[in-house]
Design a protein around this ligand. Structure first.
Ligand code: HEM
Ligand code: SF4
Ligand code: SF4
Length: 401
């Protein structure tokens, strides 16, 4: 059966003469992703390949963060005078407190790492355009919220590190005054609940930790709205692998001891400040870029991420979009009526059979690969390359025999 779509999505196809520069690089990375997938699929059964479940693994880690966070909340006192001692008490005295703090910390690290890998995979396998603009944009919001939750988590401990980060954030915000008069100082004051850190400051930070965490639930719902049967939860093997990695990290890497905010570092170098690269990278960049510089870089990165689905790109790698076999199409319109994504247009005068007025044409950018049109067409004229009618029938027959 002739299939123009098949030619387009085949990851093995050689780069064409039209592939240049960035397109060629993307093509190479796409091929790399497919090669890694194939290698893993040879080592373990395909349905357990963790790279197919990066979004689901992010979910597992998110779900792990919630009960561990609630446990920490029971003991946490959000005031500058008591926060540090309450966290220390929880870690050293409360049974399993240290390990649960570790689980919370490492699920947070794992969550942002998995979310970034999941984003990169979707980008490099061309799964971010058309109807996927909603999951993509809500994904960028989720990334922002996750970053905010993680970063404010470090402030809640109210140790030296938290004080340094808070001072850096306040200075970064104040540097905005030069751009919009008074706005930066207003935001800094709102964050601190005054001009200096005080007992109310941590209540604000606690709100900035828990508030975005609640919003994550809402944006996850938006994230899945337009997806057809999303793999929200990975198979048991991958779930156990994810949870196991976090338990292992919490077991072998206990949370570092820190000093209370304001206590000077030992001059013999026996105490130092450890910065988490997953959430505190912007803080590490401060000495080189300055507050306004870091804010500008973050704005630029997230600004670009938000518009990625609409950036021009010459080549698409459609994965499994529907394709029409024109010789079979009678122009009956049934597929166009049933398609929930308005991905099929009826084009007048395009049908190879002069007796049929119209031909069904799939808009690749809109097709969600749901397969509804395949069931709608009585003439076997529309199919999905990776899950066509014949393939599904063959699979069912093989299963039954
Ligand atoms: C931060 C938490 C996130 C969670 C828990 C999450 C979870 C998921 C899950 C479970 C799916 C469906 C299964 C799959 O295709 O893997 C999915 C799909 C998707 N996600 Fe995310 N995601 C997150 C962040 C992001 C980010 C940062 C982006 C990109 C900016 C993104 C873009 C997408 C896209 C485009 C799809 C559709 C993929 C497809 O149709 O095959 N997600 N996400
Ligand atoms: S598979 Fe068919 S019904 Fe589903 S979105 Fe694509 S064209 Fe529409
Ligand atoms: S349902 Fe089948 S025959 Fe009818 S217009 Fe669609 S592809 Fe053509």
């Amino acid at each position: 059966m002739a299939s123009p779509s098949l030619d387009r999505y085949d990851p093995d196809q050689a780069p064409t003469a039209r592939d240049k520069g960035f397109d060629k690089v993307l093509d190479g990375i796409h091929r790399g992703v497919v090669a890694v997938d194939r290698f893993i699929n040879r080592v373990i059964p395909e349905e357990f390949n963790p790279f197919y479940y990066l979004g689901g693994m992010t979910n597992v880690l998110w779900i792990l963060l919630v009960p561990t966070g609630i446990f920490l909340w029971f003991y946490y006192k959000p005031t500058t005078s008591d926060a540090f001692s309450s966290v220390n008490y929880l870690t050293a005295v409360v049974p399993f407190g240290g390990i649960i703090r570790g689980l919370h910390r490492y699920s947070g690290d794992g969550m942002i790492l998995m979310a970034i890998l999941h984003m990169l995979r979707n980008y490099f396998t061309d799964r971010y355009r058309g109807f996927r603009d909603v999951p993509w944009v809500s994904g960028v919001v989720l990334l922002l919220l996750t970053g905010l939750v993680g970063m404010t988590g470090y402030l809640l401990v109210w140790d030296q590190r938290a004080l340094i980060i808070t001072t850096a954030i306040v200075q970064a915000l104040q540097s905005l005054d030069g751009i919009v008069g008074g706005l930066g100082s207003f935001m800094a004051k709102a964050l601190l609940a005054g001009n200096e850190p005080n007992n109310l400051t941590l209540a604000r930070m606690f709100f900035l930790h828990v508030g975005p965490a609640v919003l994550i639930f809402f944006f996850l719902w938006v994230h899945y709205l337009r997806l057809h049967r999303p793999k929200i939860w990975p198979p048991m093997f991958v779930t156990l692998l994810t949870v196991g990695a976090v338990v292992l990290a919490a077991g072998i890497l206990p949370i570092e001891k820190t000093l209370a905010a304001g206590v000077p570092l030992a001059s013999d170098g026996s105490s130092s400040i450890v910065y988490d690269v997953f959430y505190l990278l912007p803080v590490l960049a401060l000495p080189n870029l300055g507050g306004a510089g870091v804010l500008a870089v973050l704005l630029l990165i997230f600004g670009i991420l938000f518009i990625v689905p609409w950036l021009p790109r010459k080549k698409h790698r459609y994965v499994n979009v529907a394709f029409v076999t024109p010789e079979n199409c009678t122009g009956c319109q049934l597929c166009a009526i049933d398609c929930p994504f308005d991905a099929i247009v009826m084009v007048e005068g395009a049908n190879p059979n002069p007796r049929n007025k119209e031909l069904a044409v799939v808009n690749d950018d809109k097709c969600a690969e749901c397969g509804i049109c395949v069931g709608a067409c009585p003439f076997h004229a529309i199919n999905l390359p990776l899950a066509g009618e014949d393939m599904i029938k063959d699979k069912v027959v093989a299963l039954l025999s």
